[in-house]
Ligand binder design. Structure first.
Ligand code: MSP
Length: 683
């Protein structure tokens, strides 16, 4: 039997679950159901990422032990996901013991193979404040000694240990991997993005921290805690038994791992593409483990034109969603509305539209009109194909051919992860049979005894179409299709029937079940009014919560307001205080992509990694002086808390610093001579 192993990212437990998290999980669930229905022995994994400094801090802020804090949020995720009947075979938590041991095993193997070494972070150290300082932060004494700016005592020149991963040795191997396996990164645009990033050169990666305690200890050196991404990415192998530490699988630990690895499909949002396509394969290769077959990066749900995020306060609340829409409706919308791989705008209006058009008027209406007529005109027993005119018989044959074609097309698109196109194919069959029914008017045929054969042919064709589509759509609409299945008078679980085992005509003679509406039509205005009220209430609750945000998030959130404060009087001194300077958040960034903007001679569009969950889009007016391709991989300095602004319809989420040289103000990008990690703050 063929196996299929599918994963989602594991979600951070420093924020509450929202539609973005649910989305990836629903897609994975649908693919898992699809594969199972087609006979694949499928393993579907999701879970939570529970280590790291910010989680430690969040717990501290709430005044509860970290483990209790993570347990609470994990429960919140599980409760929010529960109504969707997800079929994940396991929920991994990075605080699980077998995971910790598995990650340590991965580390050991990479180290034994010579890819992990102990290095040093060099810096100036004040033993009184236990802090590192850079030379520019130090206060220079009269005799030239470098002193602590707080204590004004000489600083020690010390080095802090850190383990490093030899990522720099993987450039060729990774390029080889991408070139040999064009399906390793999908879609193609993402593959090109990663290729150009890796071609720009890779630096070794610091993979341990001595200052972070909430994490997995480095084997044989427990004062070091592993870098969270080394820990988190490993979940995909530890969950299925890598190292043999998870022995409670009915199949056995390591054996289960060997059977399932490599993963067939790792779904991620494009925000975490690089971690999964650069670091992850490099860690695996270093430990002598096969790389996954495909990492597919989907786009982001935007809300009000921006990525849904808790900080922006534009997340779609799962409670509001669940109150008004069935879980099947949400699944259908997610798969139908978003072109998989591209960003999509989430609006409740679009959701209502899709539910009413596609589900209530489309599939729901086909089911209820067909089954009601079988009940009314055929005593509830599905008729065989009656004798009818040559013309009607031809029309019925065309419907049958269209269904066969739609079923094949659905699978072809689904296998390529083109979910919206797969659904379009299924709905084309619904439109086809709807027209057939409306043209043939079975309600009129029923009035004439000599038209009995024609009536039976129409209802037989409609019922068969419905039956085939019900089986086909089971992975997407698990609840509704089971209900229709039972109304069709069929026994058993619809999702256990492989579409290719169905034969046209098998429904003849079946007694149908009780006919009930499947997708009631929603009153758009009423639902929208209710949603608006609920959203306003939850927005107010969020604002309250944000008041208690960690300091750093507050600075960013307040930045636009700070920029509007009254200007200084003309005679104010030219100095600013250190507090004024501290308002500007300067960070190290690395350019991931750079491109020209059509019809804008001066602007370049960048995506820049600031060590955040997802890269930022930043625009800069340097196109006349720099070639975008040459900037990829370069480290720059970014003003990270500048209020976002739109240029040429694109939002710039920060500013790159450059010297302005000569009369024409030629920009010269600021950078670093030594290695500076992405996201590091400039002080
Ligand atoms: N913990 C890391 C992932 C580690 S995987 C080894 C993380 N967690 S996260 O909670 O921030 O989740 C990110 C993922 O959630 C995205 O990659 C995507 O799958 C999903 N989404 C979060 N917001 C989303 C949208 N607005 N739209 C679509 N998916 C979104 O990163």
């Amino acid at each position: 039997m063929n196996k299929f192993y599918i994963t989602t990212p594991i979600y951070y437990v420093n924020s509450h679950p929202h539609l973005g998290h649910l989305y990836t999980t629903l897609v994975a669930d649908t693919v898992a159901r699809y594969k199972r229905q087609r006979g694949f022995e499928t393993f579907f994994l999701t879970g939570t990422d529970e280590h790291g400094l910010n989680i430690e801090r969040a717990a501290e802020k709430n005044g509860i032990p970290v483990q209790q804090h993570v347990d609470n949020i994990v429960n919140e995720f599980k409760t929010a996901f529960a109504p969707y009947g997800l079929t994940n075979d396991h929920w991994i938590r990075t605080t699980d013991d077998y995971h910790k041991r598995g990650v340590q095993e991965l580390w050991r193997r990479a180290k034994e193979n010579g890819y992990i070494y102990k290095g040093e972070y060099e810096g100036l150290y004040c033993a009184n404040c236990n802090e590192f300082y850079t030379e520019s932060e130090a206060k220079v004494g009269e005799d030239g000694t470098l002193n602590c700016p707080q204590h004004e005592r000489p600083l020690d020149r010390v080095a802090e240990e850190s383990y490093f991963f030899k990522l720099s040795e993987f450039q060729e191997r990774l390029i080889g991997l991408y070139e040999k396996n064009p399906n390793f990164i999908r879609p193609e645009t993402r593959r090109n993005e990663v290729l150009s990033f890796v071609r720009g050169g890779l630096n070794d990666l610091s993979i341990s921290r001595v200052s972070v305690k909430w994490g997995i200890p480095v084997p044989d050196d427990p004062k070091h805690t592993m870098y969270v991404w080394f820990d988190a990415l490993s979940n995909y192998i530890t969950a299925i038994g890598f190292g043999g530490f998870k022995n409670d699988w009915q199949f056995g630990g390591e054996e289960h791992f060997k059977k399932n690895w490599p993963a067939d499909l790792q779904l991620v949002g494009k925000d975490i593409l690089r971690f999964h396509t650069v670091y992850w394969p490099a860690f695996l290769i270093a430990a002598g483990i096969e790389t996954p077959k495909t990492v597919f990066a989907h786009g982001m749900w935007l809300s009000g034109g921006r990525k849904m995020s808790k900080t922006l306060g534009n997340v779609i609340d799962l409670a509001v969603l669940q109150k008004h829409f069935t879980t099947d409706a949400v699944r259908y919308f997610c798969l139908r509305e978003m072109v998989f791989g591209q960003d999509g705008d989430f609006t409740y209006e679009a959701l209502l539209e899709r539910v009413n058009a596609g589900l209530a008027n489309g599939l729901g209406n086909l089911a209820s009109r067909t089954l009601t007529m079988v009940g009314r005109y055929c005593d509830g027993v599905v008729p065989g194909p009656g004798q009818a005119s040559a013309e009607l018989t031809e029309r019925a044959d065309e419907v049958r051919a269209a269904v066969t074609q739609a079923v094949e097309q659905f699978d072809r698109e689904f296998d390529e992860y083109n979910f919206s196109r797969a659904l379009e194919a299924a709905w084309s069959a619904i439109e086809r049979v709807d027209k057939f029914i409306s043209d043939a008017k079975p309600w009129d045929l029923a009035k004439h005894a000599d038209q009995r054969g024609a009536l039976e042919l129409v209802l037989h064709t409609a019922t068969e179409t419905l039956r085939h589509l019900t089986v086909l759509l089971a992975p997407v609409l698990p609840n509704a299709t089971q209900e229709i299945w039972e109304q069709l008078g069929e026994a058993g679980k619809v999702d256990e029937i492989a579409p290719n085992t169905l034969r046209w005509g098998q429904s003849t003679g079946k007694r149908i079940g009780e006919v009930k509406p499947i997708f009631p039509k929603l009153d758009k205005k009423k639902v929208m009014d209710e949603i608006k009220q609920e959203e306003a209430a939850s927005q107010a609750a969020r604002t309250e919560e944000n008041k208690e945000q960690p300091i750093q998030a507050q600075v960013a959130a307040q930045a636009p307001a700070a920029a509007q404060t009254v200007s200084e009087p003309a005679d104010a001194p030219a100095y600013i205080t250190i507090d004024d300077f501290a308002k500007v958040e300067l960070r190290v960034g690395q350019i991931l992509t750079a491109e020209r903007i059509p019809k804008a001679d001066k602007l370049l569009r960048f995506t820049i990694d600031l060590g955040e969950a997802e890269p930022r889009q930043i625009l800069a007016g340097i196109a006349q002086y720099y070639e975008p391709e040459k900037l990829i991989g370069r480290k720059v300095i970014v003003v990270a808390n500048l209020a976002p602004r739109k240029m040429r319809g694109l939002e710039s989420q920060g500013m790159i610093l450059a010297a302005s040289v000569g009369e024409e103000g030629r920009p010269v990008l600021a950078g670093f001579l030594e290695e500076a990690p992405n996201g590091a703050k400039l002080k």
